[in-house]
Design a protein around this ligand. Structure first.
Ligand code: PLP
Length: 439
């Protein structure tokens, strides 16, 4: 088919190193749907769930960032999705990286990222990690408590410190303030202690919470950061770094960007000597990955079994149970840890990938493959009456906080990734942009 050709050149950005060429494990295809169809064509294990990563989406998100927040350098939050090709793409595009552990620092260092492009943005670190990070040349790190200052003074006294302040995270899916962030009232004391220990504090960071659904949280946080800058001056420091953290959402990005820019202009009118960075995670990858999962089993009440005429079931109550080959212990851990509610759409029906636009639906539930009953992907959802074992379901927006936290509980493997250059008019446009940039 026409979308089936190998397009190894398409994600090569002129002027940047080839991202994917020469990696035999990569199937680079035109069109996300085609990747699902690989399953039907027998090119992937017909019974294995798999991700489809559209790398052109990550690239477009970067262009969107540059267009809306040209003054703010993104340091991609590796924890969100440490996919090696996402990291390679972002490295080639020149972003920095927010690492939470020595493992993440090593992964980023392995793709030849200069340590100056890494922030160790975990306010509570093991001493051994601080030591290893220093050996790798990573000096920039966050803190929010006195104990951390003593530890850093002992292990890496030349570290460049960033004080993480507490902000209002009540309008976020994941309230990070429960665990991290120094309340403003404690900041002068922390800075005095840092001075006493002869440590170099270079700036302020915050995180409004992951999955922030109220953009105004950023305005309030920037205001608090301004106060912390003033406290720095009082303590004898000349701060030159503002780190506005993560929490950016795809859907509200332009609104957030505009609120953030206004707040920065208002509170940091003279910012010639201030470097502003951010730690976006979800923003870059959430929509870039979708997951295809196979229906491996089905349990229906006898009244709904094939050939039965008796359909006396409550249409509101889920009657048919579908079991798919990825679940809450795997990629769908985002249901528990990231407060997500993924919804399936039907990729194949009765063995055919040509699913009619309208088919009779029935209230159903979708379950993961393990033997645990907490492993429920959708408690109630409307699915076609004729959905059967062997059919495929797809879940969109599966790029953030999914496979990175997946376990192999019950002996199930973590779903693997197929990479594409995207599909449709959008992708053609991106390819044109890519070509232009090289000319
Ligand atoms: N920075 C830090 C310190 C974080 O803890 C997180 C997420 O937990 C992020 C950045 C990324 O957040 P998001 O994916 O919401 O942009």
């Amino acid at each position: 088919g026409k979308g089936d050709a190998r397009v190894d050149d398409d994600v090569t950005i002129p002027g940047l190193p080839p991202l994917l060429r020469g990696h035999p494990d990569i199937h680079l295809r035109n069109g996300v749907m085609n990747a699902y169809e690989l399953a039907a064509a027998g090119e992937v294990d017909a019974e294995k769930a798999f991700f489809v990563a559209d790398l052109s989406y990550v690239y477009r998100q970067h262009l969107r960032w540059k267009a809306n927040l040209p003054e703010i350098e993104p340091f991609y939050a590796v924890k969100c999705n440490p996919d090696p090709y996402v990291l390679r793409l972002l490295a080639a595009l020149g972003t920095g990286f927010d690492c939470a552990s020595m493992g993440e620092i090593s992964q980023v260092a392995a793709i030849n990222i200069d340590p100056s492009r890494i922030i160790f943005a975990n306010p509570c670190k093991a001493a051994s990690f601080i030591r290893s990070a220093a050996k790798s040349g990573v000096d920039m790190m966050t803190f929010d408590n006195t104990d951390e200052l003593y530890k850093i003074a002992r292990v890496n006294p030349s570290a460049k410190l960033v004080v993480r302040i507490l902000t209002d995270d009540s309008k976020s899916l994941c309230r990070l303030g429960l665990k991290f962030g120094a309340p403003l009232v404690s900041v002068p004391g922390l800075l005095a202690k840092a001075r006493e220990l002869q440590l170099d504090v270079i700036g302020v960071s915050f995180h409004v919470g992951s999955g922030c659904y109220d953009s105004s949280a950023f305005a309030d946080a920037v205001k608090r950061a301004r106060s912390a800058f003033d406290m720095g001056k009082e303590a004898g420091y000349e701060f030159n770094l503002l780190d506005v953290g993560g929490g950016f959402e795809d859907g509200s990005f332009e609104t957030t960007a505009s609120i953030l820019k206004d707040a920065i202009s208002q509170h940091f009118p003279n910012r010639r000597d201030i470097r502003i960075i951010a730690e976006p995670g979800r923003y870059y990858v959430s929509k870039a990955f979708s997951l295809a999962a196979n229906v491996i089993a089905r349990r229906a009440p006898p009244a709904l079994e094939r050939g039965s005429q008796d359909v006396d079931v409550d249409p509101e109550q889920p009657s048919v149970m579908y079991y798919i080959n990825d679940g809450v212990y795997g990629s769908f851990n985002c249901i528990l840890f990231d407060h997500q509610a993924p919804q399936p759409h039907v990729l194949s029906l009765g063995g055919s990938f040509h699913v009619p636009a309208s088919v009779p639906l029935r209230a159903s539930s979708v379950w993961g493959p393990t033997c645990d009953s907490i492993d429920c992907v959708c408690a109630v959802t409307q699915l076609p009456e004729t959905l059967q074992v062997g059919d495929w379901l797809a879940f969109e927006n599966m790029g953030a906080y999914t496979m990175c936290a997946a376990s192999q509980f019950n002996g199930f493997e973590v779903s693997t990734v197929m990479y594409t250059a995207g599909g449709g008019a959008d992708a053609a446009e991106v390819r044109a942009v890519l070509r232009e940039r090289g000319q």
